[in-house]
Design a protein around this ligand. Structure first.
Ligand code: SAH
Length: 425
């Protein structure tokens, strides 16, 4: 693997290339590194590589003439990469892809970055090593080279060692131990001393799952889990508690078809489906609000049928979900009930398909972690302005960039609940 590094600090890489496995790989010819300094291509006496930014602002920008000349002078450029905070995240998967290339050229920015026209002149993939800003691309290039080089055949003593590591299976790795067997009273886990390969493998898999669950649950999104994995996780997972959150299904005041404000009839399906969402996510309750007396009586009959009547015997799961339903004749009564449940005032979050939002989903997740919250959804054409105006926050619309986002209130309740309490957030 040939790495060409374009950098105004070639000496930066001296120690990096002279330590450990990297030094051995360079010596063995598994890795070849060519450092090119754009300054060597400068025409002026000061070997200038930067200039002031058009449009003003602080800092300097790396200019094109020297960089382009340096790039055109490369014998074997291979794939061109630029280290940049605005790049594709460097992951184990990307490292694996790049390890299959014969040669890579790494552009290390300095100052505010590189003149953007470089992307018009060459096919360059920007790569980021994380959501933070470094002063230059050199340390980022070291991360990239090390991650890629160790996947090149011949770099590591045993090729197998890369297969067991973090991310190789899509999960974080299990913990390691070495001698002594007991250190300051701390013993090595018994399973690892058992000598049973299957038992050791199973222990390692479980610990890998637990570490991932605790530190990077988002990785589960991209990793298929076996039934055994899921059973184990169910036993150890502390599911994000949803008790602080209550859904409020508001039938009035809402916007009607003609744009006026009024009340919409209750729908059996809404009550059932949102109750099941509420139970699935462990919500504190499901508050159904309608100012109409006969509708309240109808809702009570529906719910009681399943909670106590013949419905209970026929379908106990349904009864469990519907036991979360409470009926209120106004939003104030619902808020009062939620506040009473938790012994402190509940916040009101409103939802709208139109916006403008006043609270992000991230802020709402934090709010729910710290105090009781009633998340109100409107039937008909959505909550009336009077409800939006009094809310402590209005959540962003779902699918805000689409030209069609007319979801049923049942579907919206499910999606919103997962956004706010989903497992991998
Ligand atoms: N003004 C730029 C930051 C420039 S930092 C911005 O706000 O996005 C100078 C150089 O450091 C960049 O050109 C890039 O090569 C490198 N760099 C900084 N942070 C990096 C990161 N997170 N990943 C990869 N390279 C980075």
């Amino acid at each position: 693997m040939l790495f060409n590094i374009l950098t105004i600090f070639p000496e930066f890489f001296d120690s990096f290339l002279s330590c450990g496995l990297m030094a051995k790989a360079v010596e063995a010819g598994v890795v070849e590194v060519a450092r090119v300094n754009p300054r060597d291509y400068a025409q002026d006496r000061h070997h200038t590589v930067d200039d002031r930014p058009y449009g003003g602002g602080p800092g300097m920008v790396m200019g094109l003439p020297t960089l382009v000349a340096a790039l055109r002078g490369l014998e074997r450029p291979g794939k061109l990469l630029m280290l940049s905070p605005a790049g594709r995240p460097l992951t184990q998967r990307l490292a694996g892809e790049l390890a299959g290339e014969g040669a890579l050229t790494l552009l290390c920015g300095r100052y505010e970055g590189i003149d953007a026209r470089i992307f018009d002149l060459f096919d360059i993939v920007p790569v980021s090593v994380g959501d933070f800003v470094l002063s230059g691309g050199e340390s980022a290039a070291c991360c990239l080279m090390e991650a890629v080089a160790r996947l090149v055949p011949g770099f590591m003593g045993k090729d197998a060692s890369a297969e067991e590591e973090s991310f190789a299976s899509g999960l974080l790795e299990y913990p390691h131990y070495t001698r002594p067997e007991v250190f300051e009273g701390l013993a090595v886990p018994a399973e690892l001393l058992s000598g049973h390969h299957a038992a050791i493998a199973a222990w390692r898999r479980r610990r890998s799952l637990e570490t991932t669950l605790a530190r990077r649950p988002d990785l589960f999104d991209a990793t298929p889990l076996s039934n055994d994995d899921s059973t184990h996780l169910r036993g150890v997972a502390r599911v994000r508690p949803g008790r602080n959150m209550h859904i409020g299904l508001v039938h009035g005041p809402v916007v009607l078809k003609d744009g006026k404000v009024g009340t919409v009839s209750l729908t059996n399906l809404d009550v059932h489906d949102i109750a099941r969402v509420s139970r699935t996510y462990g919500l504190g309750g499901f508050e159904v609000v309608t100012p109409l007396r006969d509708q309240l009586a109808l809702a009570a009959r529906i719910v009681d049928h399943w909670r106590e009547g013949p419905g209970l015997a026929a379908n106990p799961d349904r009864a469990e979900a519907l036991s979360l339903v409470r009926l209120h004749e106004g939003l104030d009564a619902a808020l009062a009930a939620v506040s009473a449940d938790h012994g402190r005032p509940a916040a009101l979050l409103a939802t709208s398909a139109r916006g403008p939002a006043t609270m992000s989903f991230a802020a709402a997740r934090e709010l729910i972690a710290s105090r009781p919250v009633l998340v109100a959804l409107g039937t008909g054409h959505g909550l009336a302005d009077a409800v939006l105006d009094r809310a402590d926050g209005i959540l962003p619309p779902l699918r805000p960039f689409s030209d069609y986002n007319h979801l049923s209130v049942r579907a919206a309740a499910g999606i919103l609940t997962d956004r706010l309490l989903g497992d991998a957030l």
